[in-house]
Design a protein around this ligand. Structure first.
Ligand code: F6P
Length: 754
């Protein structure tokens, strides 16, 4: 503090002292000289005027030879304030008349007076006087003598002193103003440079920024590219090292949380809860919902502990929580807390069924179902997002938790949490596709949705294609700065990293002995009343119009038409978990699915044989796993799907390296699982051919394909999915710390400048 004020004094006083010296040795003498010239010139003119005014009366009185009247004339004249004395000398240089004040030392002679520029200034013991001589002529031009006028110059001294005072004061003020200006300019230009640097690091593009939304400030431009490139190289390099050096397991994920995020608390927010308590005739029972989201996030939560906040939708949910609406799960081996949030029927209708599932769901999936947007649903959506955001704040024990926001139900929540907990790390994962900007533009609240999502630190999608769509959508509808090379968006001074994190499953632990494949094949066929060597296709989905179930059945029908030898020998078992069944669209869809299955079964079935077995009911994970192991082919024909974890679950279940996956090209999974038989589900003949090829594929080819896909899914498991997001979050936290260091450094620099 003391050295700061010394620095301040030095920086302020030095320029003032310099200006002062300049004043004393150059400016003031120059001003003195100048004012003296002006006054002397003034007095010269004045003297001439007075002399000519005296000429006539003096001549007259001299002609009258009246010394008395001359004396009176002279005395009257010297009553003028500035005229000090008057005298008249004849042409022989004899002093004839003078006032009493006339200094005798002046005499009549010009010799001896200083011949300077101001030769009229004569120094006397009592001070300088101004002396002028004016010849007096008589008629005919004969010279008679000269009038000597002596002016008092003390007023010049007085005025010079005043002028000096004003000049000094003026310069002092100027010096102070200049010093202050210098400090201010230094302050603001340094601040500008630092702000611009910060912009480069943070990627700020507030609408009020001086420069264009995609450009850094011009003065920082040469540095900006280098800085960004450096940061990007660093993050890519670190990411590559992290990715390749880790075999992702639950333990690694725990270590990551401990090391990279300093054991930060993790909060998950989703609509669907991982465990649903149901009141049944047998008492309270726990169900696992059919949900890719739950399949992926649940093992991560087991590894990380923390709190999962979700809608308590089960009939037995209220009965199983404590007074804070919390319950420890998994029920068998509790390792994290499930915090339930209650919604009224109206809220559930507006938020979940209405805005999320009649609006956003069809908007984001290209499945040719028109989205429906209602203002009342939107109001519920906003209110429920706020309720969940408040719950996050309530459950957080620190001011900087890691919040994992799941899916399209909570597009507004990231910004709401950000406002309440500015230091939180918010990782939002969008589990469904993101459409192109035109399609998204249909949503009447598109800006609000985008702004809400941009409250996230990291926003994740399954594929780079969805990331690209999102960046383009933001570009179209918001004033934000988008850095396409590094996939970041800066909006309202806050940075969001947009990345693709392909979701996955937890690879089954080898020690959890799987039931034998041969036993599964046999047992399942027996349960389904099928012969031992019956070819079995399997579909496992929620009963949703995006899953391509109709097209799958049509492909089965087409295959049986094309290859009649398979009639009686092949059955597709379709597991369809009831979903969103209070919505008309879903009820209609179920009716269409049922009626198509019935029609095909009537056409190709006989006796007990049916080509399509449709089971519209919930199956638990264990039952589904047995079916995966029993099937010859798993058919995934989604018309549009963010990832589709059924494809990955099937692969993980097949430790016998057998079985074939038929996979829609419109799933995120198709971008990773190249050894699947990839189909366009809208092309029924193509799907039918692929199904036939799968059922007749040689074992060796099955093994090769399955081995390759298994090794990919094993490495690219759900711990890697979560780990990569958390690592990126840790990196961003670090980057923010660097930025805030730059901030505090900039503040310190500013203090030094002033
Ligand atoms: O695919 C989107 C998604 O939310 C998944 O994450 C989840 O598996 C599925 O929908 C379940 O939907 P709901 O929660 O409506 O039953």
């Amino acid at each position: 503090m003391q050295s700061g004020s010394l620095r301040l004094s030095f920086r302020f006083i030095l320029p003032v002292a310099l200006v002062w010296a300049l004043l004393a040795y150059a400016v003031v003498p120059w001003v003195d000289n100048l004012t003296l010239r002006w006054f002397v010139r003034d007095l010269d003119t004045r003297s001439q005027m007075m002399a000519s005014a005296l000429q006539d009366p003096l001549q007259e009185y001299m002609a009258q030879k009246s010394p008395r009247r001359i004396a009176e004339l002279f005395d009257r004249t010297v009553q003028d304030q500035r005229l000090f004395a008057l005298a008249f000398c004849d042409d022989n240089g004899k002093l004839l008349y003078k006032t009493r004040t006339y200094p005798l030392t002046l005499g009549c002679m010009a010799e001896g007076r200083p011949q300077t520029l101001h030769q009229s200034m004569v120094p006397l013991p009592q001070g300088s006087v101004h002396v002028t001589e004016s010849p007096l002529r008589v008629e005919g031009g004969n010279y008679e003598g000269k009038l000597i006028l002596v002016h008092d110059t003390s007023f010049i001294e007085r005025r010079s002193a005043d002028a000096r005072k004003y000049v000094l004061a003026l310069f002092a003020v100027l010096a102070a103003v200049m010093a202050l200006l210098t400090i201010l300019i230094a302050h603001f230009s340094l601040r500008g440079v630092l702000d611009a640097l910060k912009d480069v690091l943070v990627g700020d593009a507030r609408p009020q920024a001086r420069h264009g939304p995609h450009e850094p400030a011009p003065d920082i431009q040469p540095l900006a590219g280098d800085l960004r490139a450096l940061l990007y190289e660093y993050s890519v390099d670190k990411r590559a090292r992290d990715d390749s050096s880790r075999q992702w397991t639950p333990e690694k994920l725990r270590v990551l949380l401990r090391e990279e995020l300093a054991g930060d608390e993790v909060l998950v927010v989703s609509n669907r809860e991982p465990y649903i308590h149901m009141q049944t005739a047998k008492g309270l029972q726990v169900h696992r919902p059919a949900s890719g989201l739950v399949t992926a996030v649940e093992p991560v939560m087991r590894a990380c502990s923390g709190t999962w906040i979700a809608h308590g939708s089960g009939s037995g949910d209220r009965a199983s929580v404590d007074r804070n609406d919390r319950v420890k799960v998994p029920p068998a081996r509790p390792s994290y807390t499930l915090r339930r949030v209650w919604l009224s029927k109206e809220e559930e209708q507006g938020f979940y069924y209405g805005f999320a599932n009649e609006g956003l769901w069809p908007l984001c999936h290209i499945a040719h179902v028109r989205p429906v947007f209602r203002s009342a649903d939107w109001e519920h959506y906003v209110a429920v997002n706020q309720r969940f955001a408040d719950t996050v704040v309530q459950e957080a024990h620190t001011d900087d938790p890691v919040v994992l926001v799941q899916d399209y139900h909570f597009a507004l929540l990231p910004r709401m949490v950000r406002e309440a907990l500015p230091k939180a790390t918010i990782i939002t994962f969008w589990h469904i596709p993101w459409p192109n900007p035109e399609s998204f533009g249909i949503c009447p609240w598109r800006e609000e949705i985008l702004e809400g999502l941009l409250g996230s630190t990291i926003l994740g999608f399954h594929t780079s294609f969805h990331c690209k769509n999102f960046l383009e959508t933001v570009d179209r509808y918001l004033e934000a700065r988008i850095e396409h090379e590094v996939s970041t968006i800066s909006y309202g001074g806050k940075l969001t990293q947009v990345e693709n994190y392909p979701i996955s499953i937890a690879w089954p632990e080898p020690e959890h002995g799987q039931p034998d494949v041969a036993d599964c094949r046999l047992a399942v066929r027996r349960e389904l009343a099928l012969p031992e060597n019956h070819l079995l296709g399997l579909g496992v989905d929620r009963l949703d119009y995006t899953k391509g179930i109709i097209e799958r059945f049509q492909a089965v029908e087409r295959m049986l038409e094309q290859y009649p030898a398979l009639v009686g020998k092949f059955t597709l078992l379709q597991i369809a978990a009831p979903s969103r069944s209070s919505l008309d669209e879903y009820q209609n869809f179920e009716a269409r699915v049922r009626s198509l299955a019935q029609r095909i079964n009537q056409r190709f079935g006989s006796g007990v044989y049916v080509p399509i077995m449709l089971k519209v009911e919930h199956h638990d994970a264990e039952q589904v796993n047995r079916l995966y192991r029993a099937a010859d082919v798993c058919v995934v024909t989604s018309l549009h799907d963010g990832m589709n974890l059924v494809a990955k679950e099937f692969i993980a279940a097949r430790d016998d390296e057998r079985g074939v996956l038929v996979l829609s090209q419109f799933t995120g999974a198709a971008r990773e699982l190249h050894e699947a038989l990839v189909v366009n589900p809208y092309h029924i003949e193509q799907s039918a051919e692929a199904l036939y090829r799968a059922l007749t594929m040689p074992e060796i080819e099955q093994r090769e394909r399955m081995r390759s896909m298994r090794s990919l899914v094993k490495d690219f498991n759900v711990y890697r999915w979560a780990g990569r997001m958390l690592l990126d979050a840790a990196r961003l936290r670090q980057r923010e710390r660097i930025t805030s260091k730059i901030h505090s450094h900039s503040r310190a620099s500013l203090r030094r400048v002033v």
